[in-house]
Design a protein. Structure first.
Length: 142
């Protein structure tokens, strides 16, 4: 199974982020435009949080706030669970299940190098299983 470093090298897009001062509505527009469910929150080059559609649903809509007036800092998760690039896809799936999160920032020391979603991990798992099945079928037909 691949490590996160290998998985990130195969991804074709960079890190999508906003600052903590960004209005929630702008963050939602960026998520919709890029078809993602979360954005990293970066201030002065440092990861300070993550904002997700779940944050919006639970901390804006259900609390009667306005996404036009509310800054991201008011609803973001300010201590996101981060992982090292050496972690395996399997380890990260287990961590996501345990922590009940759908996105993991990937940190190499203090440097943010990417983010993986549950979708990325499931896609990789399915790909690895399909490869194994093809190998087994090929072996059986010998």
């Amino acid at each position: 199974m691949k490590t996160l470093k290998q998985l990130l090298q195969a991804k074709h897009y960079g890190i999508l982020s906003v600052t903590s001062d960004t209005k929630v509505f702008e963050a939602l527009e960026l998520m919709a435009k890029n078809n993602v469910g979360a954005l990293l929150v970066i201030d002065a080059g440092k990861l300070v949080g993550i904002i997700s559609e779940r944050d919006y649903a639970r901390k804006v809509i259900l609390k009667g706030k306005s996404s036009l007036d509310t800054p991201v800092r008011d609803i973001m998760t300010d201590k996101p669970t981060c992982v090292a690039p050496s972690r395996s896809v399997e380890e990260c799936m287990a961590l996501m299940t345990e922590k009940r999160v759908r996105h993991l920032p990937v940190m190499e020391g203090d440097k943010l190098i990417g983010v993986v979603s549950i979708g990325d991990l499931v896609k990789e798992t399915i790909s690895a299983q399909e490869f194994t099945i093809k190998q087994l079928e090929s072996y059986i037909h010998l």
